[in-house]
Design a binder for this molecule. Structure first.
Ligand SMILES: [Zn+2]
Length: 184
């Protein structure tokens, strides 16, 4: 289960770093560790220079590593690319912690404040003093701003926070296990 989530998250990270093509490159790398750039390019029908650019970008970001060898006949350098699993876990942990902090801050704001809202999705909510400034009218649609019952939102935030905390705990264990095996 964790492995599936992890792969999806790695692909998502690649997408963040280098867009849709980077996500496609990452999918192939996860399926075929040690694949060379020409093969990736022909499989994805991309220019090999474009693929190299993506690979180097992901490499700079610490998601990949490569093995260098030489073709015995042509003397050309061959790069075999691999996903840097352990680094990726580190990256995911950092990113998840950031998201967790943001959600916790949001939860505090929701718990400690009363909001006023017109009730239309996508329209802004206001704190009491801000709502007063707007004369209790939504500046977008003009409907009255009413106290917003945010218990559901608080419940949803708390659920999401607990889910992320659980995942973080699992991944931290995974990382520690890896560090121990590396030291041996
Ligand atoms: Zn409105």
């Amino acid at each position: 289960m964790l492995l599936i989530i992890e792969k999806e998250t790695i692909i998502e990270l690649a997408r963040l770093v280098g867009g849709e093509d980077a996500a496609r490159v990452m999918k192939i790398l996860l399926r075929k560790p040690g694949i060379v750039d020409e093969e990736i390019a022909s499989r994805l029908k991309l220019d090999v220079r474009e693929v190299r650019k993506i690979l180097h970008r992901l490499n700079e970001f610490g998601i990949l590593h490569y093995e260098l060898s030489r073709d015995k006949e042509t003397e050309h350098r061959i790069f075999k690319w691999y996903v840097q699993q352990e680094q990726v876990i580190g990256l995911i942990l950092t990113n998840m912690k950031k998201i967790l902090d943001r959600l916790k801050a949001k939860l505090e704001v929701e718990k400690n404040n009363e909001f006023y809202w017109c009730g239309t999705l996508g329209h802004p909510r206001f704190l009491f003093s801000e709502a007063m400034d707007q004369l209790f009218r939504c500046p977008v649609c003009g409907k009255p701003l009413m106290p917003h019952e945010n218990a559901e939102l608080i419940k949803a935030l708390e659920w999401k926070i607990s889910e992320i905390e659980k995942a973080l705990e699992e991944m931290t264990k995974l990382k520690k296990a890896e560090e121990i095996t590396e030291k041996k």
